[in-house]
Design a protein around this ligand. Structure first.
Ligand code: MOS
Length: 733
């Protein structure tokens, strides 16, 4: 099915199941421990041996030699795989660095070997006996230093945009801001580590793994190993978090496959937590310069956002200026990305790549500008709203209810009680402040396919290689099928995460919810046609409800249609150029209240509210969970998360969950989430968009702005830790 005209009324609009806050259908399996994650597929590979990954201890250079004898003689060892005996390996399309180093080492903790043994403990003990001799080379690990040599990235990364004449527009503006902001390297730090079990049978590989994008992973595994894609099967039914860290094939998957081939039996590899931070990808640090010029009345006339980030050679920039091209009005505009070569581990996508760090900077700048103008920051944002793409006049947003999010948020949060002057509100030892930030994230639509079957018991089974990374995919897909086929949710079975199923959009870029359900919608349209044909009813007028089909005054049960055999509908939802004709984005507003201890500068978040406009909300309960999770991650970005770079040796120092801090329950107050009641008929027949990434965009700046309002200390370098506050704090008890 091709989606190339705005959606009209369709069966999804019945809203009997869609739009309802139903519980997760996979919830009982998860809470009872019966949902099997990759590492727990014991029955699938009962005699699996254990692989333990050895990571490089230099950041750049070559492996001169490896001493493996002691490890080979160690008890229980079955095989050791290194680049020497791995056979020819290609680099996958989605990886910048190789997943198995040798002889070249591209980054710290890049895998250099996997040791396979009978037990995990034996593999680990033997791995510690592997000795690698390196020829170390000098690398560049300091973004600040590399910044001067940074280049415009390649065209696909949209390195630059210009509109009007920024230089003269800015020069002529009566009120100006020119400030630098920095965001640190961050790690996905999801609960479930990268884990895989590999099993070979006659040259065919089955991999139980934890991966967001089954099709990308399947193709890249085949490419890396140089085998036909038909000979690779990925299975990933449950994923314990990804945040972008599991978008692509990672070393543990390849090493499980290589280890299993060498050991001639299944091998399971769990990438140890202490390797995850340097072995896999991370969100790269940025340096961002923002310039804003405005009239005294507060209208933006000139806006510029430049961002510098680094990656390995051949890598990509953090697209932190994306939102600045679309969020606010202004006649003169300039955005630019610069990419420096760094020899740190591979930089890549993490929840809302681009906007998440971009909004961290932009939304402090907007707060600073409002203050210069002596305007309320909510009002400053509202008067600089735009109804069309500010760089492409006439190109409208499919929906843009940004102002309503701001107004509703301000009203609900009690923004009118905020004191504009910082440091004015005290609650005992706490300095109390409120902050606001816009939320913005683009909405992408991705081709997605599904197969839907109806059996003689009236059970509808959906199969698609879509994944559920904790987001609720199982549930919204079941809701979609139930709505389309007119059956209760309990009559729908959803099977996900298997590369033998039709290729879906996968879980990435907050497109998964809308795109994967649109694929299921398309398949259900086919199944409805098959059912109507079988029963001799007119498909165009047929109504599917309560397990029956009604048309032309006749009503027949759905079960009858499948009496003589299962009926199947399969289709792919594809998209025309609606996303070219209209700008599709999601909007929101974040409000935060913090308390800052006047003596210790400890920050406590006291209240949070998000108001989101993101098209139809398919399931308000799982969507709210997405947003509160994202808000929590935003607090982490504001106050804690920081991969500390050892600039001499080139690695992230705090590479475990003790040193890389993220919020825990005690850090997070009650969070409120409000969704505006809207549908977006431009985005898909589901009329939905994404919320999983919108929820993080802007949060950190709202926290930083609240801290400023509480203390009068403006920190432009994340995370806002107490040492940065203390050095500038002038208020005292
Ligand atoms: Mo997202 S960073 O595309 O999983």
């Amino acid at each position: 099915m091709k989606f190339d005209t705005p959606a009209t009324t369709n069966p999804i609009d019945q809203l009997k199941v869609i739009g309802k806050p139903v519980d997760r259908i996979d919830g009982p399996m998860k809470t009872t421990g019966t949902a099997r994650y990759a590492y727990e597929q014991h029955e699938a590979a009962p005699n699996a041996a254990y692989g333990y990954v050895v990571g490089a201890t230099i950041a750049k250079g070559r492996i001169a030699s490896m001493e493996l004898d002691a490890a080979r003689r160690s008890p229980g060892v079955i095989a050791i795989v290194t680049a020497e005996n791995a056979g020819k390996l290609e680099k996958g399309d989605y990886n910048t660095a190789k997943l198995l180093a040798g002889p070249e080492v591209q980054h710290y903790h890049q895998a250099v070997a996997v040791v396979v043994a009978e037990t995990f403990e034996q593999a680990r003990a033997a791995a510690h006996l592997v000795k690698v001799n390196y020829t170390e080379q000098k690398g560049e690990y300091d973004l600040e230093k590399a910044k001067g040599k940074a280049q415009l990235p390649k065209k696909e990364d949209k390195p630059e945009s210009k509109f009007g004449n920024f230089d003269s527009g800015f020069a002529n503006a009566p009120v100006k801001l020119d400030a630098d902001y920095t965001t640190p390297d961050q790690s996905h730090a999801m609960m479930e580590p990268h884990a895989s079990i590999a099993s070979w049978d006659n040259g065919k590989l089955t991999l139980w793994t934890s991966n967001q994008m089954i099709n990308w992973g399947t193709k890249d595994m085949a490419k890396t190993l140089g085998i036909p894609v038909e000979n690779v099967r990925l299975i990933s039914p449950f994923i314990g978090g990804g945040f972008g860290g599991k978008l692509f094939l990672r070393s543990e998957a390849l090493l499980a496959a290589l280890g299993a081939r060498e050991a001639k039996r299944p091998v399971k590899v769990n990438l140890q937590r202490a390797l995850m931070f340097n072995n896999t990808t991370h969100r790269p640090a940025t340096i961002q310069r923002i310039r804003i010029g405005a009239t005294r009345e507060g209208r933006i006339t000139a806006i510029s956002h430049e961002s510098w980030s680094g990656d390995l050679p051949g890598g990509q920039p953090e697209t932190a200026v994306q939102q600045t091209r679309l969020l606010y009005a202004g006649a003169h505009r300039l955005t630019r990305l610069k990419l420096a070569v760094l020899d740190l581990p591979e930089a890549n996508a993490m929840r809302a790549p681009g906007e998440a760090p971009g909004m961290m900077a932009l939304e402090i700048a907007i707060d600073e500008m409002a203050e210069k103008l002596k305007m309320d920051p909510v009002m400053f944002r509202i008067i600089n709203d735009t109804t069309s793409d500010p760089e492409k006049p006439g190109r409208k947003f499919s929906q843009r209810r940004f102002v309503e999010c701001m107004r509703q948020g301000a009203e609900r949060f009690g923004w009118n009680k905020r004191q504009a002057q910082p440091g004015k509100v005290r609650d005992g030892r706490w300095l109390v402040g409120m902050g606001v930030a816009s939320a913005f994230r683009n909405n992408m639509v991705m081709k997605s396919a599904a197969r839907v079957k109806l059996d003689k018991n009236g059970i509808v089974t959906v199969e698609t290689d879509m994944t559920d990374i904790g987001t609720g995919s199982y549930t919204i897909i079941a809701q979609t099928a139930a709505e389309m086929m007119g059956v209760p949710l309990s009559n729908v079975v959803v099977k996900l995460g298997d590369s033998t199923f039709p290729v879906s959009a996968g879980s990435g870029g907050q497109w998964g919810g809308n795109s994967s359900t649109a694929g299921v919608y398309a398949a259900c349209v086919k199944l409805r046609e098959a059912v109507a044909a079988k029963l001799g009813l007119d498909a165009a007028t047929a109504e599917f409800a309560d397990g029956s089909v009604r048309a032309g005054g006749r009503s027949m049960s759905l079960r009858q249609a499948a009496d003589a055999g299962e009926l199947v509908g399969e289709d792919t939802m594809e998209y025309g150029d609606l996303d070219k004709k209209f700008q599709q984005s999601t909007f929101g507003a974040h409000f935060v209240e913090v308390g800052v201890d006047v003596a210790t500068c400890e920050v406590r978040v006291r209240r949070m509210l998000a108001v989101c406009a993101a098209g139809r909300i398919l399931n308000p309960k799982s969507a709210r969970s997405q947003v509160i999770g994202a808000m929590t991650m935003g607090v982490g970005a504001a106050l804690m998360e920081d991969l500390v770079v050892d600039k001499r040796r080139g690695f992230f120092v705090n590479h475990d969950l003790a040193g890389y801090e993220v919020p825990v329950h005690a850090d997070i107050p009650h969070q409120e989430v409000v969704f505006l009641d809207e549908t977006d008929p431009i985005s898909s027949p589901m009329k939905a968009k994404g919320v999983g990434e919108l929820g993080i965009c802007g949060v950190a700046a709202a926290v930083a702005n609240a801290i400023y309002n509480a203390t009068g200390v403006r920190v432009r370098d994340y995370p806002v830790t107490l040492d940065k506050l203390m050095s500038k704090m002038t208020l005292s008890a």
